[in-house]
Design a protein around this ligand. Sequence first.
Ligand code: ATP
Length: 199
Amino acid sequence: MYLKSIEMQGFKSFAMKTKLEFDNGVTGIVGPNGSGKSNVGDAVRWVLGEQSAKQLRGGNMQDVIFAGTQNRKPLGFASVAITLDNADRKLAFDADEVTVTRKLYRSGESEYLLNGRNCRLRDINELFYDTGIGKEGYSIIGQGQIEKILSGKPEERRELFDEAAGIVKFKRRKATSLKKLSDEQSNLIRVNDILSEVT
Ligand code: ATP
């Protein structure tokens, strides 16, 4: 599995539709200061479901939408699509290529798509659990992140090892099941209360 391309439109400094294609090897992105190199990393983070504007170096999520320049008007939406080569089926998705798209409109409306079909953020998160690629994965190491990992809390470091060991999806499923169990227990208590009131 490898990243084949990123297509951005209206995302940060990429006002026009811009497609970057990558080969299965090492790629460097070079350019002058402020030319948008880090914005490419932000685009990958964002399309993978990043919900924190701070992580994307903004104040709120709408800050990812092209804000305009002296010569160009602001845009009403941002869109990013990444395409991954999945010939080796490392992603549990039966297609040779997987394209994940995220769109956000200034109104706040947003959508996620998997190979062109609308899906939930949860579907994207689940697809990438334990691959190292998800937004909590280690495939994007930003500036200062190594230091953060080394000086972070043991529990935070443990999360990184969990992801590498491939057990995150089971931990998440366990947490969801425990939550459902606890909700059901509360419902049961309530039913018993009602029963004792009416009998
Ligand atoms: P450096 O080498 O200094 O780290 P860089 O190439 O990584 O720079 P970025 O941080 O990716 O540059 O890009 C910064 C540029 O993106 C700035 O010019 C900023 O004005 C522009 N930018 C960020 N958000 C938006 C937005 N919403 N609309 C328009 N331009 C934006």
